[in-house]
Design a protein around this ligand. Structure first.
Ligand code: 5RP
Length: 213
């Protein structure tokens, strides 16, 4: 089965975690797009969704799925999202699609975070995929210098503006042995909005195709 086919299988498999009558947290990306298609098939069983990006919102609305403001819903039972890398402890690198900030907010309020990936995303050590960091534009150079001090190679994702009006720096060259410590450390740097490490709040379930990890 191709990786794209495995993404579709994972997206469809996540439907079994959706509880009737709830508002579902929805992530961003090509794997999530398959989940949204499957969600459309059961849309009469749910109240609607909270979305992590303008792209996902558009896809949800196209299917007539109501999209709610997170401030109006309170905590969510379920969040379904993809990842760029996933380690054996279900810690993730996310943000390849530049939606990491809203993704991290929804992950934080979700009782269960189900991550859907194809097998190419499974790694033993996080960091081969460049780590995305969302920054306030005026802090780009400051954050870049702080990353260099920590042995990383920061590359500005030129031309990309996030849904929040910020910029993305992708950090190359880090082998992340302690993702919780690195996430906590980077969170202290002024100007960083969100680090694409999901280690302090990892996934609860990872679906690799139809295999549960
Ligand atoms: C977007 C993300 C995505 O979940 C991640 O990039 C994986 O995307 P895809 O499912 O297209 O491989 O974090 O910010």
């Amino acid at each position: 089965m191709s990786n794209n086919e495995q993404k579709r299988v994972a997206g469809e498999a996540a439907i079994r975690y959706v509880e009737d009558g709830t508002v579902v947290g929805v992530g961003t990306g090509s794997t999530v797009a398959f989940f949204i298609e499957a969600l459309a098939g059961i849309k009469d069983r749910i109240q609607g969704a909270v979305s992590s990006s303008e792209n996902s919102t558009a896809q949800l609305r196209k299917h007539g799925i109501p999209v709610f403001d997170l401030n109006a819903t309170g905590p969510l039972a379920l969040y379904v999202d993809g990842a760029d890398e996933c380690d054996p402890h279900k810690r993730l690198i996310k943000g390849g699609g530049a939606a990491l900030t809203r993704e991290k907010i929804i992950a934080q309020v979700a009782q269960k975070f189900v991550c859907i990936v194809d097998p190419s995303k499974r790694v033993d050590l996080l960091g081969k995929f460049p780590l995305p960091i969302e920054v306030i534009p005026m802090a780009r150079s400051l954050v870049g210098r702080e990353i260099v001090k920590r042995g990383g190679n920061p590359v500005w994702r030129d031309g990309v503006v996030t849904d929040n009006g910020n910029w993305i720096i992708d950090v190359h060259g880090w082998q992340i042995a302690d993702p919780v410590a690195l996430e906590s450390d980077l969170n202290q740097i002024p100007g960083i909005v969100t680090v694409g490490l999901f280690a302090r709040r990892p996934a609860d379930v990872v679906l690799i195709g139809d295999k549960v990890m």
